[in-house]
Design a protein. Structure first.
Length: 424
């Protein structure tokens, strides 16, 4: 699994047709809800079976757009993986049908209103956990607020020290205050789905299925640049070494943050590049279908490659000498960063794993199964199962210097979680 190779790749590929451009629908005014610090999880929680999405549609209905060619429970068969790799990126994802959640006898009172049941499950409430995993009981992450305002699934999140930035299928980018969760600005950004956002300093960059990237100033709250270099949907954005890296179909483009000119086009992948992260020692990790490649940020050459039959890689992150990959196979793959050998496979999710986030000694994963799992990086065991969303969890991020985690979902909402000292 961990077979590595060296050298530069320059593979010619036939580009897939991007999704058609459609104007964004109208959206509802943004609202925010804060939960009081005294809020506690309810003891009466729905069973795992109640919160799972309905049975997936037939394979003929599984064609999706490039960022999320999934929206269904993963079928564990070679045929399913083969079908997934051949999907057209041009169609909208189907939303899973949700089972109703149990309602509490009285809603938790928040600072700005009320919210339904706090579906943050204590460690011991997950029947899949073993006795050894129950020794360190406790609530590690508590939901403190909800950001509402998008009129479509929220695909992407980014953060600065003061703001949270979100991108949605409604074509908008929203800027939220971390202090009171109020929406500070709404950018009518794109004519397609906003699949990716990145932020640094006073800059926000958005990428979309309309093939465009746009640069926004947080000082003026206006668009300053429009980047038109991509031929297909922009799936992922990341800022590293004073440059903007953007993943699309079979390519990664590198743009200057000074004038946003295209500096390089990096080839080597043969499918959508959906996952990007920067690790130690100046390497960028790029996930695609059945492949993760390692790029030297100094030479912009591929130096290593991992190939395996795990379907699409939707998320990558690095920590503690490990590379983590969230996959179509419902699992999180773990590789040794030095040897690139496969070390572990983390099981627990019942749907594809769309997003990963490392915060101190914990790994957070979001999935099509509507849940967030919190994993210990010491034991690689689940220490908390969070059920706060009513549809797939598509993005999860931490805020530098703060004990805060934000998650975004196809239920149109963003949730804020406060972490206690046990996560340190």
């Amino acid at each position: 699994v961990g077979k590595g190779g060296r050298g530069s790749f320059s593979l010619g590929v036939q580009k897939a047709q991007p999704p058609p451009s459609t104007p964004p629908p109208s959206h509802s005014p943004p609202t925010a809800q804060l939960f009081s610090s005294s809020s506690t999880p309810l003891s009466s929680q729905p069973s795992p079976s109640q919160s799972q999405p309905s049975q997936p549609p037939s394979q003929q209905q599984e064609t999706q757009h490039p960022q999320r060619d999934r929206r269904r429970s993963k079928r564990r068969s070679t045929q399913a993986v083969t079908s997934e790799s051949q999907q057209s990126p041009s169609q909208q994802p189907q939303q899973p049908q949700q089972s109703p959640k149990q309602s509490p006898s009285a809603p938790e009172e928040g600072l700005l209103g009320s919210e339904g049941p706090l579906l943050v499950r204590p460690l011991g409430d997950d029947p899949s956990l073993t006795t050894s995993q129950l020794n360190d009981r406790g609530i590690f992450a508590t939901c403190r607020g909800m950001l509402s305002g998008h009129s479509g699934p929220v695909w992407a999140l980014a953060s600065t020290y003061s703001y949270i930035v979100s991108g949605s299928s409604d074509g908008t980018v929203k800027v939220w205050s971390q202090k009171n969760l109020a929406c500070k600005a709404t950018f009518q950004a794109h004519s397609g789905i906003v699949h990716a956002v990145a932020a640094k300093g006073n800059l926000v960059i958005s990428g979309s299925s309309d093939k465009l990237m746009k640069v926004w100033s947080l000082d003026t709250m206006k668009c300053t640049h429009t980047i038109t270099d991509h031929d297909n949907t922009v799936c992922k954005l990341i800022i590293a070494h004073n440059a903007l890296f953007s993943g699309s179909y079979a390519v990664i483009k590198v743009h200057s943050l000074d004038n946003f000119a295209c500096l390089h086009t990096i080839r080597g992948h043969t499918h959508w590049v959906r996952a990007l992260c920067v690790g130690p020692s100046g390497y960028l990790y790029a996930g695609s279908h059945n492949t993760i490649k390692v790029l030297s940020l100094k030479t912009l050459q591929w130096v290593k490659s991992i190939s395996a039959k795990f379907g699409s890689v939707y998320a990558v992150d690095v920590a503690n000498g490990y590379l983590f990959g969230g996959t179509y196979e419902n699992t999180i793959m773990v590789w040794n960063l030095e040897t690139m050998r496969h070390e572990k496979t983390l099981h627990g999710h019942t749907g594809a794993v769309y997003c990963l986030c490392v915060h101190r000694n914990c790994l957070f994963s979001g999935s099509y199964d509507n849940t967030i799992r919190m994993w210990s990086l010491s034991t690689f065991e689940t220490v908390q199962l969070i059920r706060q969303h009513t549809s797939s969890v598509d993005a999860v991020i931490s805020v530098t210097g703060k004990n805060l985690i934000f998650s975004a979902s196809a239920d149109h909402n963003i949730k804020m979680f406060e972490l206690d000292a046990k996560t340190s």
